[in-house]
Design a protein around this ligand. Structure first.
Ligand SMILES: *Cc1c(COP(=O)(O)O)cnc(C)c1O
Length: 393
């Protein structure tokens, strides 16, 4: 009798043959503008540490102080005995920052999306979803067992038409989109989608994982960027990207948040954040408001790097944000570009199917506020050299 898991080995072998097998790179320093991976110092264009907060002294101090005072763990899930005053302070801080009634923090952005969509909808309901929405939204939709209607990327008219066709059908309707799309770096057409949701009586939900700390005043996200306060029912954000720590949150009405206390499964069945996480996230929101120069530097670096790549002849797709993909086509070529960039001292990740559609493989770059122009120049030089060698430019 063969081993029952032998098929996994066969699949891995196939990925190796196809060149899509991925070995994990090991980070041996802090995540920063330049980091040490697999024994080599490289310019790090592969983190979501947009504002350099992973190593900010105020966040470090807050984490250490909270650990000294409260220990390393919360001891339980939120609904049993794991709700600490620090958790509630962080939620109040985020709600005030976002200009909403209330907020609940989850263990991750993934848990926030999956836990929220699956809690508020059931099998009789309908979801209208952008085809490039994040995996955590897709999983939340599947877990809810609602009927899923996918519209072409950023196509407001198609979303509106789907909602129109559902008018009169039983069940609730949810219109859901990423604020900034994580693989392409383009911004969702929020004003049009919000209007469609209002017109058709649908719940409007936006996932701002890549726009919190990046877009809007002091990084308040895409709702603030487009001036849509009060018109979006559910805003999700992450504390794991620009905020520099770990976690996800849901912002909305007090009723929404209290409902999630009772029904969101990651909230009910998975332990809350350690004190250090809550305290360092709290410190991060102070930094956002007190050091606006970080967001300015992020956008300055974004423009500089994007202009350099474009001038060199690379295709950066539809990007409008610090997420800048270098479009390549085949996954094997994207992974080869990534490997050769690493040899030249640059970490930028190759991304292929199933994270992006087949034939749309790319190397994704994310500049941060803390990269120097000299580092960006060196990175562009490496891109130019390897890009020529591989016939991309
Ligand atoms: C990263 C990401 C998430 C997940 O956030 P984590 O806090 O890392 O779990 C959710 N949605 C989008 C669009 C993301 O890019």
């Amino acid at each position: 009798m063969g081993k029952p898991l032998a098929y996994l080995h066969d699949q891995l072998e196939q990925w190796r043959r196809e060149g899509s097998y991925q070995r994990l790179r090991v980070l041996e320093s802090a995540s920063a503008a330049e980091s040490r991976f697999d024994g080599k110092d490289v310019i790090n264009l592969a983190s979501n540490n947009y504002l350099g907060l992973t190593t900010h002294p105020k966040l470090r101090e807050a984490a250490i102080e909270a650990t000294r005072k409260y220990g390393v763990g919360s001891g339980a899930v939120r609904t049993i005995s794991g709700t600490m005053s620090l958790h509630l302070r962080l939620e109040e801080r985020i709600a005030a920052f976002k200009h909403v009634e209330a907020c609940v923090v989850f263990q991750s952005g993934f848990a926030a999306n999956a836990g929220t969509v699956s809690a508020i909808l059931g099998p009789e309901d309908h979801i209208v979803s952008d085809e490039l929405n994040h995996a955590s939204i897709i999983d939340g939709c599947r877990l809810s067992r609602a009927k899923i209607h996918v519209f072409p990327h950023k196509n407001v008219a198609a979303a509106d038409q789907l909602l129109a066709q559902l008018e009169g059908a039983p069940g609730r309707k949810l219109l859901i989109t990423d604020g900034v799309f994580s693989m392409d770096g383009d911004i969702g057409p929020l004003p049009g989608l919000v209007e469609a949701a209002e017109k058709r009586g649908a719940i409007m939900m936006i996932d701002d994982a890549h726009s919190s700390g990046v877009l809007g005043r002091d990084g308040r996200g895409t709702v603030d960027h487009f001036g849509l306060h009060g018109r979006v029912d559910i805003q999700v954000g992450t504390l794991s990207k620009a905020i520099g720590v770990l976690g996800g949150y849901v912002c909305g009405s007090r009723d929404l948040i209290e409902f999630l206390y009772h029904r969101a499964r990651p909230f009910l069945f998975s332990t809350s954040h350690p004190p250090a996480v809550a305290a360092s996230c709290l410190a991060a929101f102070d930094v956002l408001e007190r050091e606006p120069e970080r967001i300015a530097a992020l956008w300055d670096n974004t423009r500089y790097f994007k202009a350099g790549l474009t001038a060199a002849g690379f295709d950066t797709g539809a990007s409008e944000t610090p997420i800048t993909p270098v479009m390549v086509g085949e996954a094997a070529l994207a992974h080869r570009l990534s490997r050769e960039l690493f040899e030249e001292g640059v970490l930028a990740t190759g991304i292929g199917f199933p994270t992006v559609p087949k034939g749309r493989a790319r190397v994704r770059t994310i500049v941060t506020a803390t990269h120097t122009k000299e580092e960006l120049d060196r990175a562009m030089e490496a891109f130019g050299k390897v890009g020529k060698r591989l016939g991309l430019i």
